[in-house]
Ligand binder design. Structure first.
Ligand SMILES: *Cc1c(COP(=O)(O)O)cnc(C)c1O
Length: 451
């Protein structure tokens, strides 16, 4: 066995369990965490990581786990990806920070040029950089309000946009994101999302009816002329990987266009090759006015971006946008390394392939296990929704138990969903086919054991 001392793709690409999960060293570290860190900062799987790369995460006890989470859709190019490591190592030795608003540097501009060129639409664009998805969403709303002179913001059921005051207000789910954290930001309105699996009159009617209800709500309760922006995820992430019924997004976009409303696509989770397109909006040919990106953008370094129509972004007064660390030079170098990796390793196509492999196995589980109510997703962003057999009643208990069994067998899988009954899979796009299949077999056994 290789004795790799660093993470990255050179790590042995194998599942290896040498202790129970979590092992003694991780349990000791977790005890320290519990006395040093508030319990409000949760833990999905309390193994403490020492290295990661390709499709595996290695813990302090020497266990090697299959990674179906990518740190929540962040390390799509793999952990410690070579082009990211090389650029960041050079940058950290050259300079670590100047503040782009004080004395600028080229890599920030290069990232913005790339995003302007790569995001949907061939109109003139501008981009600026911040530190997190939530910060980017907030800034997109600021830009839209400034440009339109309007205040209202429309969001959707099952939406997730972050944890700051405005973005938790934009987020749909109370527990754990909003509970006892109010009062919330004003002028935020919520519309129905076209959720095919749970649409009362069936998936066929879902897109038309949901769009009609959303538009009716806007017209009756807010007045379209008062709406600055609609903020929507092209696939709802934390909400349970809900792909809006085809036709819903184009209808909402069309309504926005007709009424001078800024259409903001929150592609924080769906962006950067994850769904088998570089951006999920491309699937239905959606050209958003503003697109917000983060997570997969910089291989794990904190970076996020707001990209949009030049006339919207340039409307903001000098000094109105920015932040101390936004577009930190290490993060910008990492982002350039990520974009090179996506291109050179053809990760858009690779995500499509991962989706084909996963969806075909998951659909076979749906045929065999009555607790699997729905299988959905695109590319390397797929999920199963668990129900009480023979109904659509959410089955959060089975979901938690399947996740627990996967973890015990060395498969890192994440849950999601408004009802806590979705298992979501976000493998790094560089995971091997062997690990992908092995992970799916572990999942299959876990479902069979619970079903
Ligand atoms: C994760 C996420 C955010 C928030 O990003 P942070 O970097 O955690 O602030 C916003 N929107 C979506 C769709 C996300 O998945």
């Amino acid at each position: 066995m290789s004795t790799a001392t660093q993470g990255g793709p050179g790590l042995p690409q194998e599942r290896r369990l040498v202790t129970e999960i979590p092992g003694p060293k991780s349990r000791e570290l977790f005890a320290r965490k519990q006395s040093a860190v508030p319990s409000g900062v949760g833990t999905t799987l309390p193994v403490f990581v020492t290295q990661a790369g390709g499709g595996v995460v290695v813990d302090a006890d020497g266990n090697s786990l299959i990674d179906f989470g990518s740190g929540i859709a962040v390390t799509s190019v793999g952990n410690a990806a070579p082009r990211v490591v090389e650029r960041v190592q050079k940058q950290v030795a050259d300079f670590t920070h100047t503040c782009f608003m004080v004395t600028p540097y080229e890599s920030y501009v290069a990232v913005c040029e790339k995003l302007n060129a790569l995001t949907p639409g061939d109109h003139e664009k501008r981009t600026f950089l911040v530190n997190s998805g939530a910060e980017a969403v907030e800034n997109a709303v600021k830009v839209a309000r400034n440009a339109t002179g309007r205040q209202a913001v429309v969001v959707f059921d099952h939406g997730y946009h972050g944890r700051t005051l405005l973005t938790m207000t934009l987020t749909a789910k109370n527990m754990p994101y909003k509970h006892r954290f109010g009062p919330f930001a004003p002028e935020v309105y919520r519309a129905p999302l076209a959720y095919p699996f749970r649409w009362p009159t069936g998936p066929e009617n879902c897109a038309d009816e949901a769009a009609a209800q959303a538009i009716d709500m806007i017209n009756k309760q807010i007045g379209a002329e008062n709406v600055a922006a609609v903020v929507i995820e092209p696939i709802a992430g934390e909400g349970g990987f809900i792909e809006p019924a085809p036709g819903f997004l184009p209808k909402i976009l069309e309504f926005c266009k007709a009424n001078g409303i800024v259409f903001i696509a929150d592609e924080v989770q769906t962006g950067f090759a994850r769904t088998g397109d570089l951006f999920a909006c491309e699937h239905e040919g959606i050209v958003p006015d503003i697109i917000v990106t983060a997570k997969g953008i910089a291989g794990g370094l904190p970076l996020a971006a707001v990209t949009g129509r030049a006339e919207l972004l340039d409307a903001v007064h000098g000094g109105g946008l920015g932040g101390t660390y936004g577009g930190n030079p290490l993060a910008c170098e990492a982002a350039l390394g990520v974009l090179e990796t996506i291109e050179e390793e053809k990760l858009v196509e690779r995500a499509g392939h991962i989706g084909d492999v996963m969806l075909s196995r998951l659909n076979s589980f749906k045929e065999r296990f009555a607790i699997v109510g729905d299988v959905r997703g695109r590319g390397a962003m797929v999920a199963i929704e668990l129900v009480q057999p023979g109904t659509k009643e959410p089955n959060a208990a089975a979901t938690a138990e399947i996740a627990r069994r996967c973890h015990a067998e060395g498969l890192l899988a994440l849950t999601a969903g408004t009802y806590g009954n979705v298992l979501r899979f976000l493998p790094p796009l560089v995971i091997s086919d062997e690990l992908l299949e092995e992970g799916l077999s572990i999942l299959e056994n876990a479902i069979a054991g619970v079903a």
